[in-house]
Design a protein around this ligand. Structure first.
Ligand SMILES: Cc1ncc(C[n+]2csc(CCOP(=O)(O)OP(=O)(O)O)c2C)c(N)n1
Length: 808
């Protein structure tokens, strides 16, 4: 019998041709992806995995998208993207299931080593020693985030890097080996329809239109954001309808807008082929609104969509299921028969189930082996001690159905408590096992908050400032200006973005004339959009560049705080060392006036930003030294310059481009015998002034400038000073119980200074309210010279009331 050859399809607009085999391969990938969603959900609902969120209903559009993603390109998406991740090789099924079970190995969950929920994908762009891997030969995926729409900001930056790699000669030459082939790379962002209601979405869209970067945004529209329908999310209930104003007029700039249905394989192939081609060639951003998508299993494993979707909607979702529609179309087009597809589907579902089982066993095996070791030791302990309770603990541990490391940890702990009064040799072994298991688990769960590479800021050697005999004395801003001038000249990766940094050269003229000298791509004015200025920096830093993100005032970092905390600060941690974004945020704080220019919300930063170094230089020379060090290193950092310091005089170091101030190393600004005054930033000058008065009162104060709040005093400078003086005052401009409490805890608890104090330690802070405008307002709300004198005097009087009588 003659067999008919299978047809080849050709898409009507882009003219893509696909053989029947290629279509079947696509289809089977969609089927396997769906099976992963269904099986994944079951695993959560039966208690074997912690949480599930999957990409069911989004499969077919992602097959089409994946075809356009090339080596060197980036994805910046969200948790619905498993199909595009499978299709581009960013993820495999075993890896997907390993993440579902929170497997803690990088080998099995390369996205997050068990630190992120399932479907939070990422490529490993750093090698084991923390150095960049080439990203021009791989399809890259930025590490997914859970906060809705937060991927949009750094998507802008990933695309912006292409612009720099294409347009700036120095940057292009630098990028060639590892990062970019002439800036041809596209960033593919994905976002949910409800995510379009977030402010950050609009900010990113607007910035993309202004900047003209190769960003292709896909909106996966399944009609809801959990239970809330489109009508309550966006005006007119349709994102494409309302963004039409972004579309470019003839020959003009803008964001191209397209609409396509999520089950229409051929239209999707066409749309993505045509749109990607122009985004890549023209560096013109585009938005593809993919409508009529479905969510057959509901939003996540936390709920069921039958509660909020109407019967009609549920019926629509069944009818418009993209896999079912693709199947009907394939049969219609005679690309495959129903019987063939049935066979593939059966085979694929079994294959996925086998992969899942293997992933589970591989995840559980080492944990169960560790448990067996613990059980064996507990049994010996029971025998040696004769304690019945220990035998029970061993039995309970052995019977525990769930593979979790905490059970052995708690059992060993409980056994040691039980044996507290018994002198049995096995105790030493129990302690040793508990200690080693804990150490390994700390490494497993707590590592990679900061860099541990050779470029960690803690490993970069400091260089002291040098001064010529005739060193000029200049405004502080000039010290920084020369530092940045040299930095831009010697390091082609560095560029500065922010409000008023370019043409004006910063509102305090710190960059005056630098744009004219180094070019508009190295110092670039941006719109007033702090969150996406940061995102622009994060994305570019992920592609090897070294942005200075300039936030005009520290108080306005609040607009970007979500991203600083959620994306920048966690990137290294959440990828277990697989990605980094060494962004340096430059801002100004401390000591101006008015509610929004007081600039001292340090506790907020300390609480929100572990993962970001926090530098609080007292003057511009120290700031320059910190910048020089940070650009040699690979941790992200926030540098808060003293806002009132740009016109204060400083001597210009002769090695301004080379000097480096180490992080975590406080400086003793004044030696003294009677009390230790610990402070930082703008308070240093106030503290030193107060010391002159205190000297007259017979009190000799040692002043310690912490210089950085993260890391904080790595060498125990505070403790050593307190050892000499026996008294401590911590002074800063934050609220009571803010950074001062953090510093106090470090001195007393971490450095053990509690026992070295003759009198109780004190803190001196701003008031627990707000700072009004005007010098008087400042005087009565922030610590000033007299406040410092009073605080230190009070301590001296407490120690020796006869010598230091009552004054106030
Ligand atoms: C900033 C933020 N707010 C709330 C949530 C909780 N949440 C998770 S997903 C989601 C709905 C998102 O809907 P959509 O953007 O349409 O994407 P979908 O999940 O439907 O694909 C919400 C409200 C979140 N993750 N982040």
């Amino acid at each position: 019998m003659k067999t008919r050859s299978r047809p080849t399809i050709r898409t009507p607009k882009a003219g893509l041709t696909l053989t029947a085999e290629e279509v079947v391969t696509d289809y089977r990938l969609a089927v396997r992806s769906r099976a992963a969603s269904v099986i994944g959900r079951r695993e959560v609902l039966t208690g074997k995995a912690p949480f599930g969120i999957f990409g069911d209903g989004k499969e077919v559009a992602q097959l089409a998208l994946a075809k356009q993603i090339r080596e060197g390109d980036w994805r910046s998406g969200y948790y619905r993207d498993q199909t595009v991740s499978f299709a581009t090789g960013v993820a495999t099924l075993p890896q997907f299931f390993a993440q579902l079970y929170a497997d803690t190995t990088v080998e099995r969950d390369p996205f997050s080593a068990g630190r992120q929920m399932v479907s939070h994908f990422a490529t490993r762009n750093l090698d084991e020693s923390g150095e960049w891997r080439p990203m021009v030969d791989t399809k890259n995926s930025a590490s997914d985030l859970s906060p809705v729409s937060s991927q949009m900001a750094r998507a802008l930056g990933l695309a912006y890097a292409s612009k720099l790699y294409r347009r700036d000669e120095g940057i292009r030459a630098f990028g060639r080996q590892l990062f970019s082939r002439g800036g041809d790379e596209v960033c593919f962002a994905t976002v949910g329809n409800a995510g379009c209601a977030e402010g950050i979405f609009w900010e990113a869209l607007n910035a993309a239109g202004v900047l003209q970067v190769p960003l292709l945004i896909s909106v996966w529209d399944d009609g809801y954001g959990i239970s809330v329908p489109n009508e309550l999310q966006v005006t007119k209930g349709s994102i494409s309808e309302i963004v039409r104003g972004f579309a470019p007029a003839e020959g003009g700039k803008g964001v191209d807008v397209h609409v396509v249905r999520g089950w229409d394989y051929v239209a999707l192939l066409d749309t993505y082929a045509l749109v990607t081609e122009s985004v890549r060639r023209e560096h013109a951003p585009a938005l593809v609104h993919v409508v009529e998508m479905t969510q057959p299993q509901g939003h996540s494993t936390s709920g069921s969509h039958e509660r909020y979707k109407t019967r009609e909607r549920l019926r629509f979702e069944t009818e418009m299921d993209p896999i079912a529609r693709m199947r009907q179309w394939m049969i219609r087009e005679e690309l495959a028969t129903a019987a063939e597809l049935d066979g593939y589907e059966r085979e694929d579902r079994h294959a996925v189930e086998r992969i899942r089982e293997e992933a589970y066993q591989t995840f559980a095996r080492p944990i169960l082996a560790e448990r067996e070791r613990a059980v064996a030791l507990l049994r010996r302990a029971a025998e040696e001690s004769g304690a019945a309770r220990i035998a029970e603990i061993a039995d309970q541990l052995e019977r525990q159905p769930e593979p979790g490391r905490r059970f052995a940890d708690m059992a060993l702990d409980a056994a040691l408590v039980e044996l507290r009064d018994r002198d049995v040799p096995v105790r030493a072994e129990l302690r040793a096992l508990l200690r080693t298991e804990r150490e390994t688990s700390h490494e497993r769960f707590r590592s990679h908050v900061y860099s541990t590479s050779a470029r960690s800021p803690l490993r970069i050697p400091p260089v002291a400032a040098e001064y010529a005999a005739d060193a000029e004395t200049v405004d502080g801003r000039m010290v920084l200006l020369r530092c940045f001038d040299e930095l831009l000249a010697r390091d082609e990766r560095v560029f500065i973005i922010g409000e008023d940094v370019g043409r004006l050269g910063d509102v305090n003229l710190v960059f005056e004339g630098l744009q004219a000298k180094h070019g508009e791509l190295r110092l670039t004015d941006t719109g007033i959009r702090e969150a996406t200025i940061l995102g622009q920096g994060i994305g570019a830093a992920m592609r090897g560049l070294r942005p200075v993100v300039d936030i005009q005032y520290l108080d306005y970092l609040m607009y970007a705080l979500e991203l600083t905390a959620d994306d920048l600060a966690t990137l290294r941690y959440r990828t277990a060392g697989g990605q980094m974004a060494p962004v340096v945020i430059r801002t100004k704080g401390h000591r101006l006036q008015g509610i929004w220019h007081t600039g001292s919300p340090m506790a907020m930063l300390l609480g929100a930003l572990p993962g970001v170094r926090i530098c609080v230089p007292r003057n511009m020379t120290q700031a320059a030294g910190m910048y020089n060090l940070l650009f040699e290193s690979d941790d992200p950092a926030l540098v808060i310059e003293v806002l009132s310091g740009y016109r204060l005089k400083e001597r210009m170091p002769s090695n301004i481009g080379q000097m480096r101030v180490p992080l975590g190393v406080p400086e003793v600004l004044r030696a003294g015998r009677d009390a230790t005054l610990v402070t930082y930033g703008a308070m240093c000058r106030i503290a030193l002034e107060a010391c002159v008065q205190l000297e007259e009162l017979g009190i000799d104060v040692e002043v310690v400038d912490l210089q950085t709040l993260d890391p904080l005093d790595l060498r125990g400078v505070m403790g050593a000073s307190i050892e000499r003086t026996g008294a401590l005052v911590v002074a800063d401009e934050d609220i009571p119980g803010g950074a001062s409490a953090h510093i106090l805890r470090h001195a007393l608890e971490v450095q053990g200074a509690q026992d070295r104090l003759d009198v109780p330690a004190r803190t001196l802070t701003a008031v627990a309210g707000r700072t009004p405008v005007g010098q008087d307002g400042d005087h009565f709300t922030k610590p000033n010279v007299t406040d410092v004198v009073r605080a230190v005097y009070a301590i001296a009087r407490e120690r020796d009331p006869r010598r230091f009588g009552e004054i106030w």
